[in-house]
Design a protein around this ligand. Structure first.
Ligand code: V0D
Length: 258
């Protein structure tokens, strides 16, 4: 629980890029907001913004991996997103196939491991097939874990954990005194991941929108007005630098608020 912060000097700088030195957050979680607004501002259909946002996913994944980030969790589709127009949902559900059709080879080359969290079985079969193939073909990779929150909702995740724990107690596999914070943590979809160090939400909204409620208890939050399709390496670097400044303020205390 009281994990050591991972210290990693960044590498692989392009010419003219500013260095990121110091403690890079091990797990960055991002709410990728503002894709529809990006398109509307340009008098384009909303789906054009989603498509452009996909390119940002590629760019930020590569940069995070180069910086030595261990886990990048991206909120790609929430359980609430089903209420969008049918055509938009259908378009969104094709994006994983397109993304992976184009970028899976370079993810493999970059040693990235693709994972998901959320209600996978309720996704269209064609989406499941494409994503499952990426998960399977990157399972042995040891670089960045690219964790897509797909059909994810945090309350549903917690509810699922509560039901599983209740069942285990009912079956005599757990006693009530075994129900600890750690027990709950171990029943969440993030059980194999470290907790997020940094949460980013783009596009000016300042809410969690049912994203990782349990896991974000000690996470630093960084909000920007930049729309997700406009988000770039400089934005991520700024977020990381703010994160580092905040960590330093605690004078070397690792977990000031715990
Ligand atoms: C649209 C901005 C990549 C957010 C990014 C199904 C909204 C672009 C994926 C993706 C979406 C998911 C799984 C995977 C590989 C790629 C994605 C969705 C939306 C929702 F294994 N971008 N992307 N998935 N958008």
């Amino acid at each position: 629980m009281f994990k050591k912060l991972f210290t990693q000097k960044q590498s692989q700088l392009e010419d003219g890029e500013l260095a990121v030195t110091g403690t890079v957050p091990s797990h960055i979680a991002i709410i990728m907001d503002g894709n529809g607004r990006w398109a509307t501002k340009r008098a384009l259909p909303r789906i054009a913004g989603h498509h452009e946002g996909m390119k940002t996913v590629r760019k930020i994944t590569r940069y995070a991996n180069d910086l030595g980030v261990k886990v990048l969790t991206l909120y790609a589709f929430s359980t609430e997103n089903w209420s969008r127009p049918k055509k938009e949902v259908e378009f969104l559900m094709r994006l994983p196939e397109e993304f992976l059709g184009t970028y899976l080879p370079e993810l493999i080359e970059q040693n990235v491991r693709v994972q998901t969290m959320g209600d996978f079985a309720s996704l269209p079969e064609h989406t499941q097939r494409a994503v499952q193939k990426a998960v399977d073909s990157t399972r042995e990779n040891t670089g960045l874990i690219l964790n897509f929150a797909l059909n994810y909702g945090s309350r549903a995740e917690i509810l699922h954990a509560v039901k599983a724990i209740t069942q285990a107690v009912n079956d005599g596999k757990l006693s009530p005194s075994d129900i600890t914070e750690q027990c709950i943590t171990e029943h969440l979809m993030t059980r194999d991941l470290i907790e997020p160090d940094l949460l980013i939400r783009t596009s000016g909204e300042v809410r969690l929108s049912n994203f990782m409620l349990w896991q974000l208890a000690y996470t630093e939050f960084w909000f920007t007005d930049v729309l997700w399709p406009d988000f770039d390496e400089n934005c991520l670097r700024e977020a990381i630098q703010v994160y580092q400044t905040r960590s330093r303020r605690y004078g070397g205390l690792e977990e000031p608020t715990k």
